[in-house]
Every structure is written in structure tokens, then in C-alpha cells.
Design a protein around this ligand. Structure first.
Ligand SMILES: C[S@@+](CC[C@H](N)C(=O)[O-])C[C@H]1O[C@@H](n2cnc3c(N)ncnc32)[C@H](O)[C@@H]1O
Length: 246
């Protein structure tokens, strides 16, 4: 009798089968919700008027992978370090000489170039006498460029007197890009950005800027020194900020 009761409590193959179906359905619903969420989750930036993050980067890894595709291309690296090398350095030297004349840069400045790739801007700084200069890029190019992500600069607070970058458009998180500059600049330090305002940048850009206003908002710990039109490798505006006392 006892045995008969126990047997009647044992699940039948039909019950097991149904339970497995229900469990699988739960797992499927859970997984599809998870992947839907990760695709829909907006990449965290402060959407500021006049600055748009390009859609299409479903994750940070996708963004980094996209940036690396161009920067690690061996054929392009060959061109950048041979045919384009001297020409680009000459143009950067002109920009930096002007900044020196304006007393925004000096030979004693400790300088950082953000997104420096093979480091022509670092070389140009050294040629105008700013010897204490270094570049930062996802791909290192020793000795002038070290490896690092500009969203998380590998430097202590208040390290640099001068920071230059012509890659603001490559920032997936413009607020972090600027936040890191303001963190690593000394008080009174100068940041010079070359940006594209009136034309769209290339397919590796992560954001589009339509005026200087979003930069003024992002550089909330700095004062705008000036903004002027330039002709800098497809970038048309030079914006200069000075870090204020906190
Ligand atoms: C248009 S290139 C500019 C290179 C250089 N400034 C020049 O004028 O020759 C953009 C550079 O930004 C770098 N970059 C993109 N995203 C980055 C990130 N998150 N952190 C650091 N560098 C990044 C790329 O690897 C690439 O070398």
C-alpha cells in the first residue's frame, strides 16, 4: 500500500516533459529580455544641444574594435610614418608656434597629445622646444605615444600644463573625454582642441558637433580663452580652454 502511494507521487514522463517545456520557455524569455536590454541601453552621455552621439555602437567593445580597425591597419601605419610624416609635423609646428607666441604654451610646459596615433603632434611639440611631451592612443607608438584610453587617462590629477587633441569626434563619452582633461590639467593649464563644426568628420567618428556651445558646457571647470577658424586636417575650429581654480 505504502509503495503504491509513493509510486503515485512520482512524476510521470508527461509531467516531466511539460515542466521542461515551461522551464525552457522561462529561460528563453529571460535571455531575450537580457539581450534586448543590452542593445537598447543608451550609451551614457549627456546629450547636449549641438552634440550627437552616432548610433550603431551597441557596446563599448564594438566602439573600441571599430577604432582599432583603422589605427592598426599596417598599410596605413606605413603611410602615416613615411609619406605623411614630415608634412603633418610641419603643420602642427605652425599651430604650436602660434600658441607659444600667445603665451598659451611654453618650452617648460608638460604636454599631452590625446589620440596621437603615430605621434606627429608630439614630435612637432618637441621640435618647437616643448620637450616634456607625450602622446596617448589606444595603440602605442614608442617612444612618443603610450597606450591608453582617453576616457580613462592613465595619469594623476593635475599632471599637465598643456593638452592638445584633434580627436574629440572619436569620443563615445564626450563628458568623460573632457572630464579627464580637466582632471589631469593643472590649475591654469591650457587645453587646445581642433574640432569639426561645419563639416562632418569621418566614419570612425563617434559623435558629431554642430557648434562650440556643447564644449563650453562640458568644460564646466574651465574658461573659454578663444575660438578661431583653422585648417587642420579636415578640422575647422580651434578652441582653447583654461582650467579654473576649483
Ligand atoms: C583621426 S586619428 C588622429 C590621429 C592624430 N591625432 C593625427 O592627427 O595624426 C584618431 C586617433 O584617435 C585614437 N582613438 C580613438 N579612440 C580612442 C580612445 N578611446 N582613446 C585613445 N585614443 C583613441 C585612434 O586610435 C586614432 O589614432
Amino acid at each position: 500500500m505504502k509503495e503504491a502511494i509513493n509510486q503515485s507521487r512520482l512524476p510521470t514522463p508527461k509531467t516531466i516533459f511539460l515542466s521542461l517545456i515551461i522551464l525552457s520557455l522561462f529561460i528563453l524569455i529571460f535571455l531575450s529580455l537580457q539581450s534586448h536590454n543590452s542593445l537598447q541601453k543608451p550609451i551614457s552621455t549627456n546629450p547636449t544641444h549641438g552634440l550627437k552621439i552616432r548610433p550603431g555602437y551597441t557596446s563599448y567593445d564594438t566602439y573600441i574594435h571599430h577604432q582599432l580597425q583603422k589605427t592598426t591597419n599596417p598599410k596605413l601605419r606605413k603611410i602615416w610614418t613615411t609619406r605623411d610624416w614630415a608634412r603633418k609635423i610641419r603643420v602642427f609646428q605652425r599651430f604650436f608656434n602660434r600658441l607659444k607666441q600667445e603665451k598659451l604654451l611654453s618650452t617648460t610646459s608638460k604636454a599631452l597629445c590625446i589620440g596621437a596615433r603615430v605621434g606627429q603632434e608630439v614630435e612637432a611639440l618637441k621640435r618647437v622646444g616643448v620637450n616634456n611631451s607625450i602622446g596617448l592612443d589606444l595603440v602605442p607608438y614608442p617612444p612618443n605615444v603610450i597606450k591608453g584610453d582617453f576616457h580613462y587617462q592613465p595619469f594623476d590629477d593635475e599632471t599637465f600644463d598643456f593638452e592638445f587633441s584633434n580627436v574629440f569626434d572619436h569620443a563615445l563619452y564626450p563628458d568623460k573625454f573632457v572630464g579627464e582633461i580637466q582632471r589631469t590639467l593643472k590649475i591654469g593649464g591650457i587645453c587646445v582642441l581642433h574640432v569639426a563644426v561645419s563639416r562632418r568628420s569621418d566614419k570612425y567618428s563617434a559623435n558629431d558637433l554642430y557648434s562650440v556651445e556643447p564644449l563650453k558646457m562640458l568644460f564646466n571647470g574651465s574658461e573659454l580663452v578663444r575660438s578661431r577658424k583653422v585648417d587642420g586636417f579636415g578640422l575647422d575650429t580651434e578652441v582653447v580652454f583654461r582650467k579654473k581654480k576649483s
